[in-house]
Design a protein around this ligand. Structure first.
Ligand SMILES: NC(=O)N[C@@H](O)C(=O)O
Ligand code: NI
Length: 159
């Protein structure tokens, strides 16, 4: 299967999670008017676990990208916040009876992060430029929080 990555927008990504960016009007002006707060922009869910922030340093990939696996975290949401202003690739799919449905691919604009809602099928963190540095906010807790689905044949994502 081959799919074309589309621009990452809140509406297009809504079935899968939240886009974290400073588009549109801010919710609050804070810090003596020197800072715009785009308040509470993601649905975080860590079940019986707790929130954790980890730093990922991932190997940059390139398009066309061959995706061989989708995964999901049944016990919690997972947010990817880039620490460099570079676009990255996001792959997500609806659930179809316990397996991924038709996947979609998105390209961020370099000023966006994303938050996968709990249980959303997705490709692993996929930077497209070095240093591939991200803050990742996800569930810390006991038990398995990872379900993997190998893609056979693999999914090819083009720009
Ligand atoms: N395994 C891990 O911590 N990361 C993945 O869940 C991922 O989506 O990159
Ligand atoms: Ni994940």
């Amino acid at each position: 299967m081959q799919i074309t990555a589309q621009p990452l927008t809140a509406d297009a990504f809504a079935p899968f999670g939240d886009v974290l960016d400073a588009r549109g009007p801010a919710d609050r002006l804070i810090n003596a008017g020197l800072c715009e707060r785009f308040h509470d922009r993601a649905l975080l869910d860590f079940g019986a676990g707790r929130a954790g922030i980890s730093i990922f340093k991932a190997v940059p990939r390139s398009l066309p990208y061959i995706c061989t696996l989708l995964e999901r975290h049944p016990e919690g949401s997972q947010a990817f916040v880039p620490m460099s202003a570079d676009p990255f690739l996001v792959i997500a799919a609806p659930d179809a009876g316990g397996r991924p449905g038709a996947p979609l691919a998105f390209l961020s604009d370099g000023a966006q992060g994303i938050n996968f809602h709990r249980g959303t099928w997705h490709g692993v963190l996929t930077p497209l430029a070095a240093p591939g540095l991200f803050a990742v906010i996800d569930r810390i807790g006991p038990g398995a929080n990872l379900e993997e689905f190998p893609l056979d044949p693999p999914l090819t994502v083009i720009g």
